[in-house]
Design a protein around this ligand. Sequence first.
Ligand code: GRF
Length: 186
Amino acid sequence: MKKIAVFASGNGSNFQVIAEEFPVEFVFSDHRDAYVLERAKNLGVASYAFELKEFDNKTAYEEAIVKLLDEHQIDLVCLAGYMKIVGPSLLSAYEGRIINIHPAYLPEFPGAHGIEDAWNAGVAESGVTIHWVDSGVDTGMVIKQVRVPRLAGDTLDTFETRIHETEYKLYPEVLELLGVEKKEDG
Ligand code: GRF
């Protein structure tokens, strides 16, 4: 049985969707006041939170993360709105076992503002991508991606909502594809 951990920096709606269907060993947030921690509590999922600024440097911060992953014997790290670049310490320990969801059709619109950037570029369609994490920003090998149209009459809000709804379908699909078992009661 593959054990997964989810990393999220803020809201955690993707975490929620994942945790409703799959057993999540723990959630990690790099912000102690992130709403995802509230969601974890409500779902009975263990959580950890600490911040980069509490450590001497990013290496020490990531070593603390690796320790957690090792202790819990995590097979797959699912980034879902984790807003930090994965650095060498975490990557060297877990490369090939970290995936990320990006709210655009990579390699189109990488970076922190994939939805707004696609919207501002006036595209007819954007998408959602789940990919393996490498040392670049949203550059790793694509596992699965789907197109999301921009419809006549869309506002940034409705477009964004459609992207998020697509994310909520794609993450569970990819976890199944990677052999993560669903919850027994789910
Ligand atoms: C998602 O759109 C994800 O693709 C991006 O950050 C957002 C996180 O949303 N990387 P949430 O925290 O899961 O609600």
